[in-house]
Design a protein. Structure first.
Length: 412
């Protein structure tokens, strides 16, 4: 039996978690806008600005640690909620509409301008394809999913979840084993060392990968239709934790109470990991490390894996502590975040190319990219998406043109 909380507290927590899910997508825009300013050798982004920034390198590194784990944890949490509200067939129909359709239709629409901007960037000294990205339409199963890879992985996780759920319900008719799993999971979550336990699978995956360095984080499955093992382990674990958290929503109170220690520890681990990334990348032959740097890579993995989960718990706790009440602004941004993330990559890349050779400080150019891109994308959402069939597809409903007393827009 799943354990639930009273309706009012649960509703307040859902406001916070929905805002956090949208925030994870919006942080992706910030991350990608900063990527051209990252200090890294060899280069791992298509466009390299002439004025890299240590501050933006740290910002990019920090966001990369927790963002996708947080997103997939929220995806698992809300997937169980939707599954039990809609039933199996209703859930499948909803996921096909909101995830599969945007992937199939959106991919060619964003891939085409991205390919053009990569060709444009190749005319600059620090731009163009990086190692391993030649051939923009490689033979299958290789496939450039671009930043839409998360939709593909979500679909895979939904299939696995449906199969597992069906098998568990069939085998565990009485619910005994599910109740036992709930007790084990609650015991782990209540322990202060819970993030370390959850970090074990992805930490082992990092340690076994001889070419892994911490700036990669969990290997992004954006180059193939066969999702890599690290992504399955890292994001699959997060999805599963989110699913189990929804079975016992009261456990979220633990994350809310522990937000400050989680935040302080996460910041320390991230700073140490960032320093280690600079040491590792400066090693001869990086990212294929010489034998003498193997210990350093393992130390980096031991620190980075817990950093993922402690920082994920920290941002969830922060959201629950400070964003639980309804906010028309956050509700609007959460609704808009999906559309903004789908379309942002070619827009951000175009601005990066335009500014890359300007003799301006990197922080200024980064700010210009965000100041130009985000308002324009928000305008496109409000005018072309929010009150149209596109919004109905992406958000599962149409937004009503009702003004709140504060002057904001209310979603129906």
């Amino acid at each position: 039996m799943a354990h639930v909380t009273a309706a009012a507290p649960a509703s307040e927590r859902l406001h916070a978690l929905d805002a956090l899910r949208g925030g994870a997508l919006l942080l992706g825009i910030v991350l990608h806008a900063a990527m051209s300013f990252v200090l890294a050798s060899p280069r791992f982004w298509i466009i390299q600005d002439t004025h890299p920034s240590l501050i933006l390198s740290l910002l990019s590194f920090t966001i990369h640690v927790f963002r996708m784990t947080t997103f997939f944890l929220m995806a698992g949490f809300f997937a169980r909620m939707s599954f039990h509200r809609r039933g199996s067939w209703g859930f499948i129909k909803d996921r096909l509409q909101r995830i599969a359709v945007p992937l199939v239709i959106g991919w060619p629409l964003v891939f085409t301008p991205i390919a053009l901007f990569v060709f444009w960037a190749s005319n600059f000294p620090n731009g163009g394809p990086i190692q391993g990205t030649s051939g923009w339409l490689p033979p299958l199963p290789n496939f450039r999913l671009t930043h839409l890879w998360f939709l593909y992985v979500l679909l895979e996780l939904y299939v696995v979840m449906l199969l597992l759920h069906g098998a568990v319900v069939w085998l565990d008719v009485s619910g005994y084993w599910r109740a036992a799993l709930d007790r084990v999971f609650a015991g782990i979550m209540r322990h202060p060392l819970a993030p370390l336990v959850l970090a074990i699978p992805i930490g082992i995956a990092f340690g076994l990968d001889q070419r892994w360095i911490n700036v990669m984080g969990v290997r992004t499955p954006d180059q193939s239709l066969i999702t890599n093992a690290q992504a399955w382990i890292g994001f699959g674990t997060a999805f599963g934790v989110g699913w189990l958290l929804h079975r016992q929503v009261d456990l979220l109170r633990l994350l809310e109470r522990r937000w400050l220690p989680h935040l302080l520890i996460a910041l320390g681990l991230i700073l140490i990991s960032f320093v280690l990334s600079g040491v590792i990348l400066s090693a001869p032959g990086a990212p294929k490390l010489p034998l003498g740097a193997t210990t350093l890579r393992l130390v980096s993995a031991i620190l980075y894996a817990p950093a993922i989960w402690i920082s994920t718990f920290a941002v969830i706790g922060l959201a629950l502590r400070f964003m639980s009440g309804f906010s028309a602004t956050w509700r609007y941004l959460a609704d808009a975040s999906y559309w903004l993330y789908l379309i942002h990559m070619p827009i951000v890349m175009a601005l990066q190319v335009v500014l890359s050779q300007r003799d301006w400080p990197g922080l200024l150019k980064f700010a210009i990219i965000l100041i130009v891109a985000i308002p324009a994308m928000l305008a496109s959402y409000h005018l072309l998406v929010r009150f149209t069939f596109i919004g109905a597809v992406l958000n599962g409903r149409r937004a009503a043109r009702n003004l709140l007393p504060h002057g904001g827009i209310a979603a129906a």
